[in-house]
Write a protein that binds this ligand. Structure first.
Ligand code: DAH
Length: 359
C-alpha cells in the first residue's frame, strides 16, 4: 500500500501542476477525490485490512488527501487571481484621456449652485440632510407652528394629493423647512445641517414656477444666537458672490416657525435699470431666517429650555440668477440645449472654497 500511495502522490501532484485552467483542474479533482476518484477508491480498500494495517494506511491516505486538496486549492486561487487580473486589465479605462471633442453634457446651473452652497457650508462644518418631496400636513405645517386654519397655510399655494383612506392629507412640500422637523426628530443636537431640495407651489409667471428649489439652514445646540446666524449668512453670501466686503441688512419679518424672524438683504445698485451686487446703497432681499421657535423645538421632542438655534431658507434659482445673470426663471426648466450650453458648467469643475467656485 505504501508504494501505491507514494506513486499516486507523485502522479496526482504532477497532474495538478500540469493543469492550465479551472476546468481541467476540476477534472483532476474529481479523478482524485470524487466519488469514483483514485484516493476514494484506496479509502474503500481499508475495510479489508487488519486493524494495524488499516491504521497505518489510513493515516497515510489522509495525509495524501490533505496534500492533494491543498495543491488543488493553491492552483485554483492562482487561476482565479489570473482571471481577475486579466479582466481588470481588459476593462481598465484611462481616466486621464482628454474629453472627447463631441461631448455635449454640462452641469445644470441648479446643480452647480447646490454644489457651491454645499462646499461653502461644508467648510463651516455643516452636513447635508434630505427629506421626501411628498410630505404630510404635520411636517410641512403643524410641527412648524402653523396653527390649523392659519392663513399662512393658504399663502403657500399648496398642491394637495387626494386624501388617502385614513383621511391623511399628503401634499407636495411647499418649502424645505419640513426637513428641519425630520432632522430634529432623528438626530441628537448639536445639529448643523443644510437641506437643499425641490419644493412646489401652485404658481407660474416670470418669477414663479410650480417646482423650484430651496436650501434650508438649521443649527440646534444650547447657545447659538442671532449673532451666529448673521455671521454664517454673511460669510456665505460674501463667498458665494465673491464680494469680500458685501454688506448685509436684517429686517424684522414673520414666519410661524421662527421667533424673532428676519429677512436678510444684500447691498446692490439698480442704476440704469441694471442690477449690480455690492455696497452701492440699495438693498436686495435674499432670504428668510430667524431663531427656531420654541414650539417647533417642542414639537420635535426636544426641550426648548435646553436647546435653541437658528434657521434660514432661500431660493436656489434666485441666487443662481443673481450670480450668473440669468434673467428668466422659467428657462431653468425648459431643457433648451442652447440655454444649457450657454449657462451650463463643465462636468469636472467641482466647486470648492479653496479650489475655486465658479465666477
Ligand atoms: N420656509 C420659508 C419659505 O419657504 C423660508 C424660510 C424662512 C425658512 C425663514 C427658514 C426660515 O428656515 O427661518 O417661505
Amino acid at each position: 500500500m505504501t508504494d501505491t500511495i507514494e506513486k499516486l502522490r507523485g502522479e496526482l501532484l504532477t497532474a495538478v501542476s500540469d493543469t492550465n485552467d479551472l476546468a481541467t483542474l476540476e477534472e483532476v479533482r474529481v479523478a482524485a477525490l470524487g466519488k469514483k476518484g483514485r484516493i476514494t477508491a484506496l479509502m474503500k480498500e481499508l475495510g479489508a485490512m487488519t486493524p494495524d494495517e488499516r491504521k497505518a494506511a489510513g493515516q497515510r491516505l489522509n495525509v495524501l488527501k490533505d496534500e492533494v486538496a491543498a495543491a488543488l486549492d493553491t492552483r485554483k486561487v492562482m487561476f482565479e487571481q489570473a482571471a481577475l487580473n486579466a479582466r481588470l486589465a481588459s476593462e481598465s479605462m484611462d481616466v486621464s484621456l482628454p474629453v472627447r471633442p463631441e461631448a455635449k453634457g454640462s452641469i445644470h446651473p441648479i446643480s452647480q449652485t447646490i454644489a457651491e452652497i454645499a462646499a461653502i457650508f461644508g467648510e463651516m462644518g455643516f452636513e447635508l440632510a434630505e427629506g421626501p418631496d411628498i410630505e404630510d400636513d404635520f411636517h410641512n405645517f403643524t410641527a412648524l407652528n402653523f396653527p390649523p386654519g392659519h392663513p399662512a397655510r393658504e399663502m403657500h399655494d399648496t398642491f394637495f394629493l387626494p386624501p388617502d383612506g385614513d383621511g391623511n392629507r399628503y401634499l407636495l412640500r411647499t418649502h424645505t423647512s419640513p426637513v428641519q422637523i425630520r432632522t430634529m426628530m432623528s438626530q441628537k443636537p448639536p445639529i448643523r445641517v443644510i437641506i437643499p431640495g425641490r419644493t412646489y407651489r401652485c404658481d407660474y409667471d416670470m418669477t414663479h414656477t410650480p417646482m423650484f428649489h430651496q436650501v434650508e439652514l438649521l443649527v440646534i445646540d444650547t447657545e447659538s444666537s442671532m449673532a451666529h446666524l448673521r455671521g454664517c449668512l454673511q460669510e456665505f453670501v460674501r463667498t458665494f458672490f465673491g464680494i469680500d466686503d458685501l454688506t448685509t441688512r436684517f429686517r424684522p419679518s414673520f414666519f410661524p416657525f421662527t421667533e424673532p424672524s428676519a429677512e436678510m438683504d444684500i447691498g446692490c445698485s439698480r442704476q440704469g435699470g441694471e442690477l449690480k451686487l455690492g455696497n452701492h446703497g440699495d438693498w436686495l432681499e435674499i432670504l428668510g431666517c430667524g431663531m427656531v421657535h420654541p414650539n417647533v423645538i417642542k414639537a420635535c421632542g426636544l426641550d426648548p429650555d435646553v436647546y435653541q438655534g437658528f434657521a434660514a431658507g432661500m431660493g436656489i434659482e434666485r441666487i443662481a440668477m443673481l450670480k450668473y445673470g440669468i434673467p428668466d426663471l422659467r428657462t431653468f426648466f425648459e431643457s433648451d440645449l442652447r440655454w444649457l450650453r450657454h449657462y451650463g458648467f463643465a462636468a469636472l469643475d467641482v466647486p470648492s472654497v479653496t479650489g475655486g467656485l465658479a465666477r
